[in-house]
Design a protein. Structure first.
Length: 337
């Protein structure tokens, strides 16, 4: 304390009589910046000013950064990150831009370590940025945290490449083979799938693995095409999906079966965009609140309900969005399979 007083960071009032003689009665802060420098710390106001300077120019493309900065102004964390971590958020934007640029150039999928090495000369850097990347993609600081693989899938990065799993009694044309799908399902690299030669009675995408496997076993001998999305589908998967739908008549119904939660409807909105571009309209399958038994319902916050409604409307499911707004609950797909 004497040393802090010597640099004029604080003032000290000492006792002068009797039992108080030599004891500290009062300490006053003289200069917060000098004290911070003395302690080897950076003041919160300086950190926040630096964060605003770094991130505000990016807020026009990623409006959620305004929410992030507001939280930091209140000295609150966002996914364990504070204003001192602003560079991580800046780098997260760089990762998203890098991945999208590669996608536009035709490099629709890339190993994470390879991308990290090219962008940062550090093969481990991108893996440390999954939380800010997730928030930036979701567009909300209150969005539910997703599995890492789902975040990487959305921007075309992967730890290890997984095949697209498909089921049904339909003929699929691939790079070298045109044949019926095996039972209960088949898995192929997304780029190798060219089109569906036969005309299925319906096409259904399924968000969750357990549900896909159950439906594949049950319906593998039916004239249907079931496709597992593995959560949020990656760019190669989405390109394959568009190719398939473009080759099918518009009268073939297209469905999606996902979680009745924010993530489920967000995935549906992405699939709806791809289906629309391919000349089809996607419809929900077993995602209406009325189909969910009471024992499977989990109360949802107002923010979660608002997000669900937003993405339901983005998928073109306004009536379902209205039902969700009234029901105010979430449910995972596997519990309904």
């Amino acid at each position: 304390m004497q040393a802090a007083r010597a640099v004029n960071a604080i003032s000290i009032l000492m006792g002068e009589r009797g039992a108080e003689d030599g004891f500290i009665q009062r300490i006053d802060l003289v200069d917060s910046r000098v004290l911070a420098e003395f302690l080897g710390k950076v003041p919160a106001e300086v950190l926040l000013a630096n964060a605003k300077s770094l991130l505000m120019p990016l807020a026009d493309r990623f409006p959620v950064l305004v929410e992030v900065l507001q939280r930091w102004t209140q000295l609150r964390l966002v996914r364990t990150f504070s204003a001192a971590d602003a560079q991580d958020w800046f780098d997260a934007v760089r990762v998203i831009d890098f991945a999208r640029e590669n996608t536009s150039l035709g490099a629709v999928s890339m190993p994470i370590n390879e991308a990290s090495g090219k962008l940062f000369r550090d093969t481990k850097r991108i893996k440390k940025l999954v939380a800010p990347i997730d928030v930036l993609l979701a567009g909300s600081v209150d969005a539910e945290s997703r599995d890492h693989s789902e975040v990487w899938n959305e921007i075309g990065l992967f730890r290890e490449e997984h095949p697209v799993r498909m089921a049904g009694h339909v003929i699929v044309e691939r790079d070298r083979v045109t044949a019926f799908l095996d039972t209960p399902y088949s898995g192929f690299p997304a780029f190798s799938v060219k089109r569906v030669v036969s005309i299925p009675s319906l096409v259904m995408t399924i968000e969750n693995q357990t549900t896909f496997h159950s439906e594949a076993r049950r319906r593998c001998d039916e004239n249907v095409l079931l496709i597992y999305t593995a959560g949020m589908p990656n760019p190669p998967w989405r390109e394959m999906y568009a190719r398939i739908l473009k080759e099918l008549p518009s009268c073939v119904p297209v469905f999606h079966w996902g979680d009745v939660d924010e993530g489920g409807f967000r995935i549906a909105s992405v699939l709806a965009q791809e289906a629309h571009k391919a000349g089809h309209t996607i419809k929900p399958w077993s995602m209406h609140p009325d189909t969910v038994p009471e024992e499977h319902r989990r109360p949802a916050s107002a923010n979660t309900v608002n997000k669900m409604v937003h993405f339901a409307e983005a998928a073109g499911w306004s009536a379902l969005g209205e039902a969700i707004a009234v029901a105010k609950f979430t449910v995972e797909q596997e519990s309904l399979a």
